[in-house]
Design a protein around this ligand. Sequence first.
Ligand SMILES: *[C@@H]1O[C@H](CO)[C@@H](O)[C@H](O)[C@H]1NC(C)=O
Ligand SMILES: *[C@@H]1O[C@H](CO)[C@@H](O)[C@H](O)[C@H]1NC(C)=O
Length: 298
Amino acid sequence: MLSRHVPNLRHPSKWMFAPLLLFLAELDCSAQPTYQWKDAVTNEKLTCQQCPPGTFVAQHCTRDRQTVCEPCPDLHYTQYWNYLEKCRYCNVICGEKQVEVQQCNSTHNRVCQCQEGYYSEMEFCIRHSKCPPGSGVEKLGTPFENTQCGACPRGFFSSSDSSTKPCQPHQDCEQQGKVTNVQGNQYHDTLCTSCRLGRSNSTQGPALGDDDCEQAMIDFVAYQNIPVRKLKRLQQILEGSPKKPALGTRAAMQEKFRAFLIHLKEGHYEVTKELLDALRAAKLHSVEEKVRERFLLS
Ligand SMILES: *[C@@H]1O[C@H](CO)[C@@H](O)[C@H](O)[C@H]1NC(C)=O
Ligand SMILES: *[C@@H]1O[C@H](CO)[C@@H](O)[C@H](O)[C@H]1NC(C)=O
């Protein structure tokens, strides 16, 4: 008698549970959960049928009648077979920086998740970390996990603070028919130039004022291993002002100094000559020598 195992469902929409119940009943008559209940009138101990998810016990069973289940009201749910006299309230409320990923329905509480760009830690949504220059993203952050960063390996670089960018490989100058002017490191790319370098053909040294060569010289100087204090001094000399540039990491100072030199060049400043003079004034003689040798300035 299969019908014995189907709870008395008053609401017509609850007949959608019938196929599941029939299936369970066919599978094994004991599969449908029950509970012990003492009849208030007769004091008789009864075995009642539980109510399926999405419903609750409106009336406990009696000697003559099965349990009466009713569907949960709006904003209430029961997730499991139960003998609750009331459905649970959907008590999860999505907070700031959260989005609702599962609506409250008759069988499930509401589910919230951190919004795009945030992950959850101790109930808070925290913005995904950015990987600093010299390191790149190894694993993008998720709503549950922070970004994972890793130092750029040999041959790769990252010059930005980013929560999405992995380390990029250094460019290959020869492939572009150019020569390597500055070897890349973990903070910056390799810099190529079309300016012909070296003493291989001293009669054909690059003319001062050649834009490619000026740029090459700026790049070359900016990325020398000049100590941070000396870089600061150099910039002060070139600016002709006592104003002290803020100190930062060497990589950051190099980028700033390079941008500063490019700015000077674009102002049609005689940047190559000024730069050599500044190197001398800052007592960076070995760097000055290297520049002269490389760019054939005598
Ligand atoms: C309630 O939501 C859950 C999870 O999203 C879903 O699997 C289930 O089918 C929904 N139930 C109803 C009755 O809509
Ligand atoms: C070197 O200079 C000479 C004479 O100016 C020129 O003929 C020759 O092509 C140059 N060589 C290279 C490699 O540029």
